[in-house]
Design a protein around this ligand. Structure first.
Ligand code: C2E
Ligand code: MG
Ligand code: MG
Ligand code: MG
Length: 280
């Protein structure tokens, strides 16, 4: 009896586990096939200078154009790419695509903006990553001045010395580095001061409150002052209203990104909307 009960329980667990594993496997297989079939696409969202009102750059954001369901947002598949190690290939592809888009803008006489690519912590921790970035840039001498990499605090936390060395090596290539989602991690301020970065991006959750509470405004003001004292450029993420933009201008924020200025769009559309000179 006992044995049978255990057996039943085993069977129950077994089938539940099989379903979970099968679900994950099929997602993995789908993503692998998606990569082979070139179903991933990058969309580009503008960053705007507060001083000039001009577009200074773009953030490349990946989407999966699933033929069955349409555009799938990255939150739904990046974790699976990371779990399966596919993130290394897809991440390299994203850098190459961003540079290809940048060179297209250069060819059209529209140089002067950088494209920022998000980097997963697994990529940054990979010992061959800096060499990989160098290789991606080696195809065209203009490429390095068009690339920025976005990292998060947690990426550097594990092995801070290796993280700092990698970031410095990346900057030595002419690539700039932005610290993404600032304020959501819990790294110490002494770490922040040591990080060789160019730009600090204030997380959307803080920008949400900038026009809502005095505390929200005070927090963003303090972050901007801190970033400037470390000589970083400050970008506000997720700016959705004119009121938020007005307050950020009064706080001396350098750049803004958000739906108020533009949604992420494909490379050619970005060029037409944000870079091409308006007809006279
Ligand atoms: P992130 O790097 O913080 O990117 C900003 C996210 O905020 C994007 O979501 C963007 O569409 C969204 N966003 C921009 N403006 C606004 C706004 O005004 N309001 C609101 N509510 N949202 C706004 P998305 O494209 O879904 O990307 C989510 C995250 O996925 C990114 O966050 C980034 O961490 C990751 N990701 C995207 N592309 C890549 C990639 O190529 N590689 C890696 N490793 N991660 C990526
Ligand atoms: Mg980002
Ligand atoms: Mg961000
Ligand atoms: Mg964010």
């Amino acid at each position: 009896r006992q044995a049978k009960a255990n057996g039943d329980r085993y069977l129950f667990h077994s089938s539940a586990m099989t379903a979970a594993v099968a679900g994950k496997l099929s997602m993995e297989n789908q993503l692998r096939r998606a990569f082979d079939n070139e179903e991933f696409v990058l969309h580009f969202q503008p960053k705007v200078s507060l001083a000039t009102g001009k577009v200074t750059g773009a953030e490349a954001l990946i989407r999966w154009n699933d033929p069955a369901t349409g555009l799938v947002p990255p939150g739904r598949f990046i974790p699976v790419l990371e779990e399966t190690g596919l993130i290394h290939d897809v991440g390299r592809w994203a850098m190459c695509q961003a540079i290809e888009c940048y060179l297209r803008w250069c060819d059209d006489g529209l140089a002067g903006v950088r494209i920022a690519v998000n980097v997963s912590s697994l990529q940054l921790r990979n010992r061959g990553f800096v060499a990989e970035v160098a290789k991606v840039l080696s195809g065209d001498p203009r490429a390095a001045s068009g690339l920025e990499l976005e990292i998060t605090e947690s990426m550097v936390m594990g092995d801070i010395n290796h993280g700092i060395d990698s970031l410095q090596a990346i900057r030595n290539l002419g690539v700039t580095v932005a610290l993404d989602d600032f304020g959501t991690g819990f790294s110490s301020l002494s770490y922040l001061a040591r990080l060789p970065i160019d730009t600090l991006k204030i997380d959307r959750s803080f920008i949400n409150n900038v026009a809502v509470t005095t505390e929200g405004l005070a927090l963003v003001s303090t972050i901007i002052t801190l970033a400037h004292s470390l000589r970083h450029t400050v970008v506000a993420e997720g700016v959705e209203s004119a009121e938020q933009a007005r307050l950020l201008r009064s706080l001396d924020c350098d750049e803004m990104q958000g739906f108020h200025f533009g949604r992420p769009v494909p490379c050619a559309e970005f060029e037409a909307l944000y870079l091409a000179p308006l007809p006279a």
